[in-house]
Design a protein around this ligand. Structure first.
Ligand code: SAM
Length: 274
Protein backbone atom coordinates (compact mmCIF):
# COMPACT_ATOMS: atom_id res chain seq x y z
CA UNK A 1 0.00 0.00 0.00
CA UNK A 2 1.25 3.50 -0.82
CA UNK A 3 1.19 5.83 2.21
CA UNK A 4 0.36 9.51 1.87
CA UNK A 5 3.95 10.67 2.34
CA UNK A 6 5.28 8.11 -0.18
CA UNK A 7 2.70 9.18 -2.71
CA UNK A 8 3.65 12.87 -2.42
CA UNK A 9 7.41 12.43 -2.30
CA UNK A 10 10.16 14.02 -4.40
CA UNK A 11 11.24 10.99 -6.45
CA UNK A 12 9.45 11.62 -9.74
CA UNK A 13 10.77 15.21 -9.83
CA UNK A 14 14.29 14.29 -8.76
CA UNK A 15 14.64 11.74 -11.58
CA UNK A 16 14.04 14.34 -14.31
CA UNK A 17 17.08 14.90 -16.56
CA UNK A 18 17.14 18.71 -16.16
CA UNK A 19 17.25 18.31 -12.37
CA UNK A 20 20.03 15.73 -12.53
CA UNK A 21 22.08 18.18 -14.60
CA UNK A 22 21.67 20.98 -12.03
CA UNK A 23 22.86 18.72 -9.22
CA UNK A 24 25.70 17.12 -11.16
CA UNK A 25 27.20 20.56 -11.43
CA UNK A 26 27.05 20.94 -7.65
CA UNK A 27 28.75 17.58 -7.18
CA UNK A 28 31.51 18.82 -9.52
CA UNK A 29 31.95 21.85 -7.26
CA UNK A 30 32.21 19.58 -4.21
CA UNK A 31 34.80 17.43 -6.06
CA UNK A 32 32.82 14.43 -4.93
CA UNK A 33 34.81 11.91 -6.99
CA UNK A 34 37.94 12.70 -4.95
CA UNK A 35 36.37 12.58 -1.49
CA UNK A 36 36.32 9.64 0.91
CA UNK A 37 33.72 10.73 3.41
CA UNK A 38 30.70 12.62 2.21
CA UNK A 39 27.50 13.84 3.85
CA UNK A 40 24.44 14.04 1.60
CA UNK A 41 22.41 16.44 3.68
CA UNK A 42 18.61 16.43 3.24
CA UNK A 43 19.06 13.37 1.03
CA UNK A 44 15.32 12.77 0.57
CA UNK A 45 14.60 9.65 -1.46
CA UNK A 46 18.23 9.28 -2.52
CA UNK A 47 18.38 10.98 -5.93
CA UNK A 48 21.62 12.81 -5.06
CA UNK A 49 23.05 9.82 -3.17
CA UNK A 50 22.78 7.83 -6.41
CA UNK A 51 24.61 10.56 -8.34
CA UNK A 52 27.37 10.57 -5.70
CA UNK A 53 27.72 6.79 -6.01
CA UNK A 54 28.12 7.05 -9.78
CA UNK A 55 31.08 9.38 -9.31
CA UNK A 56 33.17 7.61 -6.72
CA UNK A 57 36.50 6.68 -8.23
CA UNK A 58 37.26 4.13 -5.60
CA UNK A 59 34.16 3.16 -3.73
CA UNK A 60 36.26 1.08 -1.36
CA UNK A 61 36.94 2.98 1.88
CA UNK A 62 34.24 5.49 1.04
CA UNK A 63 31.45 6.40 3.42
CA UNK A 64 28.32 8.32 2.52
CA UNK A 65 26.13 9.66 5.31
CA UNK A 66 22.66 10.21 3.88
CA UNK A 67 20.83 12.46 6.38
CA UNK A 68 17.15 13.37 6.45
CA UNK A 69 14.45 13.89 9.07
CA UNK A 70 11.89 11.91 7.07
CA UNK A 71 11.93 8.21 7.90
CA UNK A 72 9.76 7.51 4.87
CA UNK A 73 12.22 9.28 2.57
CA UNK A 74 15.19 7.39 4.08
CA UNK A 75 13.37 4.08 3.65
CA UNK A 76 12.60 4.92 0.02
CA UNK A 77 16.26 5.92 -0.52
CA UNK A 78 17.53 2.62 0.94
CA UNK A 79 15.13 0.63 -1.24
CA UNK A 80 16.01 2.63 -4.36
CA UNK A 81 19.77 2.24 -3.84
CA UNK A 82 19.69 -1.35 -2.63
CA UNK A 83 22.54 -3.31 -1.05
CA UNK A 84 26.06 -2.06 -1.85
CA UNK A 85 29.00 -4.21 -0.79
CA UNK A 86 31.68 -1.83 -2.08
CA UNK A 87 30.66 1.33 -0.23
CA UNK A 88 29.27 2.10 3.20
CA UNK A 89 26.06 4.09 3.04
CA UNK A 90 24.76 5.13 6.41
CA UNK A 91 21.20 6.37 6.50
CA UNK A 92 20.92 8.85 9.33
CA UNK A 93 17.58 9.92 10.70
CA UNK A 94 18.13 13.43 12.04
CA UNK A 95 17.28 17.08 11.79
CA UNK A 96 20.03 18.72 9.76
CA UNK A 97 20.40 21.30 12.56
CA UNK A 98 21.63 18.45 14.77
CA UNK A 99 24.28 17.21 12.36
CA UNK A 100 27.15 16.97 14.87
CA UNK A 101 24.96 14.91 17.21
CA UNK A 102 23.99 12.54 14.42
CA UNK A 103 27.31 12.18 12.53
CA UNK A 104 30.29 11.91 14.87
CA UNK A 105 32.80 11.37 12.07
CA UNK A 106 34.72 14.18 10.33
CA UNK A 107 34.03 14.29 6.60
CA UNK A 108 35.63 15.70 3.43
CA UNK A 109 32.51 17.17 1.86
CA UNK A 110 28.95 18.11 2.73
CA UNK A 111 26.60 18.40 -0.23
CA UNK A 112 23.24 19.95 0.42
CA UNK A 113 20.95 19.98 -2.60
CA UNK A 114 17.76 21.98 -2.80
CA UNK A 115 17.00 21.94 0.90
CA UNK A 116 18.81 24.78 2.70
CA UNK A 117 15.81 27.08 2.25
CA UNK A 118 13.76 24.82 4.55
CA UNK A 119 15.79 25.54 7.66
CA UNK A 120 15.01 28.68 9.67
CA UNK A 121 18.08 28.29 11.96
CA UNK A 122 20.64 28.62 9.19
CA UNK A 123 23.46 29.99 11.35
CA UNK A 124 23.27 26.98 13.70
CA UNK A 125 23.14 24.68 10.70
CA UNK A 126 26.20 26.15 8.95
CA UNK A 127 28.19 26.06 12.22
CA UNK A 128 27.31 22.38 12.56
CA UNK A 129 28.39 21.69 8.99
CA UNK A 130 31.70 23.42 9.63
CA UNK A 131 32.23 21.38 12.78
CA UNK A 132 31.58 18.15 10.83
CA UNK A 133 34.10 18.98 8.08
CA UNK A 134 37.81 18.24 8.07
CA UNK A 135 40.07 21.31 7.57
CA UNK A 136 39.82 22.31 3.87
CA UNK A 137 36.66 20.25 3.59
CA UNK A 138 34.05 21.50 1.12
CA UNK A 139 30.49 22.57 1.76
CA UNK A 140 28.43 22.87 -1.44
CA UNK A 141 24.76 23.73 -1.65
CA UNK A 142 22.24 24.82 -4.21
CA UNK A 143 18.73 26.20 -4.08
CA UNK A 144 16.13 27.68 -6.38
CA UNK A 145 14.25 29.23 -3.46
CA UNK A 146 15.77 32.64 -2.86
CA UNK A 147 14.69 36.17 -3.61
CA UNK A 148 15.31 36.66 -7.33
CA UNK A 149 15.11 33.02 -8.40
CA UNK A 150 12.14 33.78 -10.65
CA UNK A 151 13.43 35.43 -13.84
CA UNK A 152 11.24 38.29 -15.15
CA UNK A 153 10.15 36.24 -18.14
CA UNK A 154 8.68 33.56 -15.85
CA UNK A 155 6.50 35.88 -13.74
CA UNK A 156 3.48 36.02 -16.03
CA UNK A 157 3.37 32.21 -16.20
CA UNK A 158 3.49 31.95 -12.41
CA UNK A 159 0.81 34.54 -11.85
CA UNK A 160 -1.52 32.92 -14.37
CA UNK A 161 -0.79 29.38 -13.14
CA UNK A 162 -1.48 30.23 -9.50
CA UNK A 163 -4.62 32.26 -10.28
CA UNK A 164 -6.02 29.50 -12.47
CA UNK A 165 -5.24 26.76 -9.92
CA UNK A 166 -6.79 28.75 -7.08
CA UNK A 167 -9.88 29.31 -9.21
CA UNK A 168 -10.13 25.56 -9.90
CA UNK A 169 -9.68 24.90 -6.18
CA UNK A 170 -12.56 27.23 -5.33
CA UNK A 171 -14.90 26.23 -8.15
CA UNK A 172 -14.41 22.48 -8.11
CA UNK A 173 -13.64 21.87 -4.44
CA UNK A 174 -15.09 24.87 -2.62
CA UNK A 175 -11.68 25.48 -0.96
CA UNK A 176 -9.23 28.40 -0.56
CA UNK A 177 -5.57 28.40 0.46
CA UNK A 178 -4.82 29.60 4.00
CA UNK A 179 -2.08 32.23 3.58
CA UNK A 180 -1.54 32.49 7.35
CA UNK A 181 -0.24 28.88 7.27
CA UNK A 182 2.70 29.85 5.00
CA UNK A 183 5.71 27.57 5.66
CA UNK A 184 9.31 28.59 6.28
CA UNK A 185 10.58 27.35 2.89
CA UNK A 186 8.49 30.11 1.30
CA UNK A 187 10.23 32.86 3.28
CA UNK A 188 13.22 33.54 1.12
CA UNK A 189 16.69 34.96 1.68
CA UNK A 190 18.61 36.95 -0.92
CA UNK A 191 21.49 35.21 -2.72
CA UNK A 192 23.93 37.55 -0.95
CA UNK A 193 22.48 36.52 2.44
CA UNK A 194 23.51 32.94 1.67
CA UNK A 195 27.05 34.03 0.78
CA UNK A 196 27.26 36.15 3.95
CA UNK A 197 26.00 33.20 5.97
CA UNK A 198 28.87 30.92 4.98
CA UNK A 199 31.51 33.65 5.10
CA UNK A 200 30.40 34.73 8.56
CA UNK A 201 30.74 31.12 9.71
CA UNK A 202 34.41 31.23 8.62
CA UNK A 203 34.25 29.52 5.22
CA UNK A 204 36.08 30.74 2.13
CA UNK A 205 33.59 30.98 -0.74
CA UNK A 206 35.05 29.31 -3.85
CA UNK A 207 32.13 29.55 -6.27
CA UNK A 208 28.93 31.55 -6.02
CA UNK A 209 26.84 31.72 -9.16
CA UNK A 210 23.40 31.52 -10.72
CA UNK A 211 22.36 29.28 -13.53
CA UNK A 212 19.31 29.85 -15.63
CA UNK A 213 17.61 26.50 -15.94
CA UNK A 214 14.86 25.86 -18.49
CA UNK A 215 12.29 23.76 -16.63
CA UNK A 216 10.04 21.64 -18.89
CA UNK A 217 6.33 20.97 -18.36
CA UNK A 218 7.06 17.68 -16.60
CA UNK A 219 9.15 19.54 -14.00
CA UNK A 220 6.24 21.77 -12.96
CA UNK A 221 3.86 18.83 -13.23
CA UNK A 222 5.88 16.57 -10.91
CA UNK A 223 6.70 19.32 -8.42
CA UNK A 224 2.92 19.87 -8.14
CA UNK A 225 2.73 16.34 -6.71
CA UNK A 226 5.37 16.99 -4.02
CA UNK A 227 3.92 17.62 -0.54
CA UNK A 228 6.29 20.48 0.38
CA UNK A 229 5.49 22.35 -2.83
CA UNK A 230 1.74 21.90 -2.44
CA UNK A 231 1.93 23.07 1.19
CA UNK A 232 4.04 26.06 0.08
CA UNK A 233 1.82 27.36 -2.69
CA UNK A 234 -1.53 26.14 -1.35
CA UNK A 235 -1.12 26.19 2.44
CA UNK A 236 -3.81 24.36 4.38
CA UNK A 237 -5.20 22.51 1.33
CA UNK A 238 -5.40 18.66 1.38
CA UNK A 239 -2.56 17.24 -0.73
CA UNK A 240 -4.72 15.27 -3.19
CA UNK A 241 -6.93 18.26 -3.93
CA UNK A 242 -3.98 20.67 -4.15
CA UNK A 243 -2.13 18.41 -6.57
CA UNK A 244 -5.17 18.03 -8.77
CA UNK A 245 -5.86 21.78 -8.93
CA UNK A 246 -2.20 22.66 -9.59
CA UNK A 247 -1.74 20.05 -12.32
CA UNK A 248 -5.00 20.96 -14.01
CA UNK A 249 -4.23 24.69 -13.86
CA UNK A 250 -0.74 24.02 -15.19
CA UNK A 251 -2.00 22.05 -18.19
CA UNK A 252 -4.45 24.78 -19.15
CA UNK A 253 -2.02 27.70 -18.81
CA UNK A 254 0.80 25.80 -20.53
CA UNK A 255 -1.37 25.24 -23.59
CA UNK A 256 -2.84 28.73 -23.59
CA UNK A 257 0.60 30.37 -23.40
CA UNK A 258 2.06 27.80 -25.84
CA UNK A 259 5.05 27.25 -23.57
CA UNK A 260 7.97 24.92 -24.14
CA UNK A 261 9.88 25.61 -20.90
CA UNK A 262 9.74 28.14 -18.05
CA UNK A 263 13.06 29.38 -16.62
CA UNK A 264 14.21 29.33 -13.02
CA UNK A 265 17.49 30.54 -11.52
CA UNK A 266 19.51 28.12 -9.40
CA UNK A 267 22.02 29.46 -6.89
CA UNK A 268 25.09 27.27 -6.38
CA UNK A 269 27.67 27.96 -3.69
CA UNK A 270 30.76 26.01 -2.76
CA UNK A 271 32.95 26.97 0.18
CA UNK A 272 36.03 25.58 1.89
CA UNK A 273 36.53 25.29 5.64
CA UNK A 274 39.57 27.37 6.56
C1 SAM B 1 13.34 19.02 -1.80
S1 SAM B 1 13.88 17.59 -0.97
C2 SAM B 1 15.53 17.47 -1.64
C3 SAM B 1 16.05 16.06 -1.65
C4 SAM B 1 17.43 15.89 -2.30
N1 SAM B 1 18.47 16.65 -1.62
C5 SAM B 1 17.40 16.29 -3.76
O1 SAM B 1 17.84 17.39 -4.13
O2 SAM B 1 16.93 15.47 -4.56
C6 SAM B 1 14.19 18.23 0.67
C7 SAM B 1 14.50 17.18 1.72
O3 SAM B 1 14.94 17.86 2.91
C8 SAM B 1 14.40 17.20 4.04
N2 SAM B 1 14.38 18.18 5.14
C9 SAM B 1 13.75 19.37 5.19
N3 SAM B 1 14.00 19.98 6.36
C10 SAM B 1 14.83 19.17 7.07
C11 SAM B 1 15.45 19.25 8.35
N4 SAM B 1 15.27 20.30 9.14
N5 SAM B 1 16.23 18.22 8.75
C12 SAM B 1 16.41 17.13 7.95
N6 SAM B 1 15.85 16.99 6.73
C13 SAM B 1 15.08 18.00 6.29
C14 SAM B 1 13.02 16.75 3.59
O4 SAM B 1 12.56 15.66 4.37
C15 SAM B 1 13.29 16.35 2.13
O5 SAM B 1 13.61 14.98 2.03
Amino acid sequence: MVTASEEYNFTSFSNLPFYTKVNERLLDLAEVGKQRKIVDLGCGTGGITKLILERLQSAKDTVIYAVDHSRTALKAAAEEIGERKDVAIKYVHSEVQNLTGAVKDKVDAVVYCNSIHYVPEKTVLVDQIKETLEPNGIFAFNTSFYEGSHPDDSLLFFRKWMMRSLRILKREHGLSADKSAKVSSRIQLKAQDYVDLVENAGFKVLVNDFNRVEVPHEGWHHISGFSDWIEGVMPGVPLDVGREALQKGLGQIWDEMELKTVPRLWLSVSAAKI
